[in-house]
Design a protein around this ligand. Structure first.
Ligand code: SAM
Length: 211
């Protein structure tokens, strides 16, 4: 997407809430790997998709700074609905908790620090929406861990599934992250348990519905 069209879109969609604008700026001035943070457009889309799906329990794998968790929390329509978000990096905990405390919807987010592969079985919850946005090498592992336990009509959203278009040539781009994403795309495309759509937004967003 050109910068011009991105700016046009941003000026014709809901504005980014103040707390998220500040969060995004702090990520860019004080954290490493700031590109991992969802921004204005993807954040508003996550909020909209959440409001459309109307889940009671959401699982996010990969919190980073908390931006996407707060967008999902904004989209929750029931006061009792909650987001479980999992982040493996312990040193992110204080930053994330500060952001949750600064947000009017932060109380809807339960932060879990640790490896999602260990925490998911321990939570043993009935999620209606899962957002996969963690280690690209093991997207298939997250998916395989969850898919049989999810009820029909549960939605999964997976981010970065076009991976800068590197997935088009996995012979040249044979690094573990590209191969992990390519394996995931092949797995879900061939899996009769889900319906699959890829939206070419930012780095690619896959939407799955368990049948
Ligand atoms: C792309 S960032 C998440 C961005 C965030 N969802 C957003 O949109 O603002 C990926 C995060 O996943 C975390 N992560 C990687 N492997 C993980 C694992 N096995 N369990 C939990 N978190 C993990 C990384 O430390 C990183 O902070």
């Amino acid at each position: 997407m050109t910068e011009q069209i991105e700016n046009y879109i941003k000026s014709h969609i809901d504005p980014e809430p103040d707390n998220l604008y500040r969060l995004y700026r702090r990520v860019n001035t004080s954290l490493l790997y700031s590109r991992m943070c969802s921004g204005h457009l993807q954040g508003r889309l996550l909020k909209m998709l959440t409001a459309m799906i109307n889940p009671m329990r959401v699982l996010e794998i990969g919190t980073y700074a908390g931006y996407s968790a707060l967008c999902i929390a904004e989209g929750l329509r029931s006061d009792d609905a909650r987001v479980d978000t999992i982040e493996i990096e312990e040193e992110m905990e204080d930053f994330i908790r500060e952001q949750l405390n600064a947000s009017p919807v932060g109380h809807r987010v339960n932060l879990h620090i640790g490896d999602a592969m260990q925490i998911i079985p321990a939570l043993n919850a009935d999620w209606d929406l899962v957002y996969i946005d963690a280690n690209k090498r093991v997207y298939c592992d997250y998916y395989n861990l969850l898919i049989d336990h999810l009820r029909p009509n549960t939605f999964i959203i997976a981010d970065n599934t076009l991976w800068d278009e590197k997935i088009l040539d996995t012979e040249t781009n044979n690094d573990p992250q590209t191969l992990g994403i390519a394996r995931f795309n092949d797995l879900v495309a061939a899996d009769p348990r889900v319906e699959t759509v890829i939206i070419p937004l930012r780095d690619g967003l896959t939407l799955l519905r368990k049948i």
